[in-house]
Design a protein around this ligand. Structure first.
Ligand SMILES: *Cc1c(COP(=O)(O)O)cnc(C)c1O
Length: 411
């Protein structure tokens, strides 16, 4: 076969650094020479002749064909995110959850076994525990932070280890290097959901992960505008395992959403830095409040995996701070009432379960993001009724403190 014709890359010198790649990696500009990346809102691409069309449909020549699996704006986003994560390739999906669906469809078959953290995102638990189970894939859920528990759960048919770090909302940090050693010994892949840190703070492949999962909805867009997702991995995994499923199943990212997230990547590292600094200030302040029983934030010395997080997350704690309101008596119902009081006393913060926005958001995990779990699953995941999660944005720190204090001071 003749050398496969490739879609060209934007011309950048070898060794171009991450901050530059974040604003430039992708495709060369079109014939018009636009400086800001074009948005290609087209479902299909015109082919020069029938023979070329045949070669392109047969994958003998790399070119744009049909936007279910090839679109220049989506390719630009994929290349830029892959560059930031340090992987050879990336495949973009319509949402973070469809990235995990694609992961399962691409890597697993009936009879396979998965080991998954019991503290992963609620919908991820449902996907592994219920939906994949329908197709004969069994999942064991283990403690996020107990590496020996992961090793003990491995079976001869284990094909995939799945972790998220830090987790939502408890910010539990797993040792990615330790999990990658367990995966290697088991002949399984390790996938890490890197939603909370983004590649600006943490690149899981540097610690041995095989696949990185993203909800582009969160920090990658960073401004709460679109739903998007992606899997970053080697070219072999993307081309052999995921592209064929994408072609048949079509959980594709729309060009418009790809364009929005692509432009979000340009400010990712400065947003993560600014939001992380604000989050650390809020976390320290919360620790000193009498109305607060406990604060969960990897940047605090009191966090159980603080040391590990400071290394694995390039010294940053991220921007999600979770705390438990004090409740002297009355058990879970009273704790829930206190949490609702603090949330409802805010005037600036957005009451929404989304995170990764420039606008600071506040939510009650037990009744929203983790509301579909059974009480037992919630207990196992450590989600108590008095818990509040704040995803710190770019609001002024003193305004956020005043907003939280209104309810905390009147408990
Ligand atoms: C939001 C989220 C997801 C799901 O992403 P969507 O884009 O909402 O589908 C997956 N994992 C984590 C950690 C998340 O926070």
């Amino acid at each position: 076969m003749a050398e496969q014709r490739k879609i060209p890359r934007v011309a950048l010198p070898p060794g171009t650094r991450l901050d530059t790649l974040a604003v430039r990696e992708g495709l060369p500009p079109s014939a018009w020479g636009e400086n800001s990346e074009a948005l290609f809102l087209t479902s299909s691409f015109v082919q020069p002749d029938a023979a070329t069309a045949a070669a392109r449909f047969a994958n003998e020549e790399e070119a744009f064909v049909y936007s279910r699996f090839t679109n220049p704006t989506v390719t630009m986003f994929e290349r830029r995110l892959a560059a930031l994560e340090g992987t050879e390739a990336c495949i973009a999906t319509s949402s973070g959850m469809s990235a995990i669906l694609l992961l399962g469809m691409g890597l697993l078959k009936a009879g396979d076994h998965v080991v998954c953290s019991q503290s992963v995102f609620g919908a991820t638990m449902m996907l592994f525990g219920r939906e994949f189970a329908k197709f004969g894939v069994e999942t064991s859920f283990v403690s996020q932070t107990d590496a020996e528990g992961w090793r003990g759960a491995v079976k001869p048919n284990t094909r995939l280890l799945f972790a998220e770090s830090p987790t939502n909302p408890l910010t539990e940090v797993c040792d990615i290097r330790a999990l990658s050693a367990i995966a290697r010994d088991a002949g399984a892949w390790l996938a890490v959901d890197n939603c909370f840190c983004s590649p600006a703070l943490q690149r899981p492949v540097e610690y041995g992960a095989d696949l990185v999962i993203h909800s582009g909805t969160k920090y990658l867009d960073g401004q709460g505008r679109v739903i998007a997702g992606a899997i970053c991995a080697s070219e072999a995994l993307v081309n052999e395992k995921f592209v064929p499923v994408m072609r048949s199943a079509g959980m594709s990212l729309s060009p418009f959403n790809a364009w929005v997230v692509l432009k979000g990547l340009e400010t990712l590292s400065i947003r993560m830095k600014a939001q992380g600094e604000r989050a650390l200030a809020i976390a320290r302040w919360l620790e000193a409040q009498p109305g607060v029983e406990r604060v969960y934030y990897p940047g605090l010395a009191s966090h159980p995996q603080h040391q590990l997080a400071m290394v694995q997350q390039s010294g940053g704690g991220g921007a999600v701070v979770t705390f438990v309101v004090a409740c002297k008596q009355g058990g879970a119902p009273a704790a829930r009432k206190n949490a609702f009081h603090v949330i409802d006393s805010t005037r600036i913060l957005s009451i929404t379960a989304n995170l990764g926005d420039t606008k600071t958001t506040i939510t009650h995990p037990a009744s929203t993001s983790h509301g579909r779990l059974s009480e037992e699953q919630r207990q196992a995941a450590g989600i108590v009724q008095g818990m509040i999660r704040v995803a710190v944005g770019l609001d002024d720190v003193e305004d956020i403190q005043a907003d939280l204090l209104r309810g905390l001071a009147t408990l």
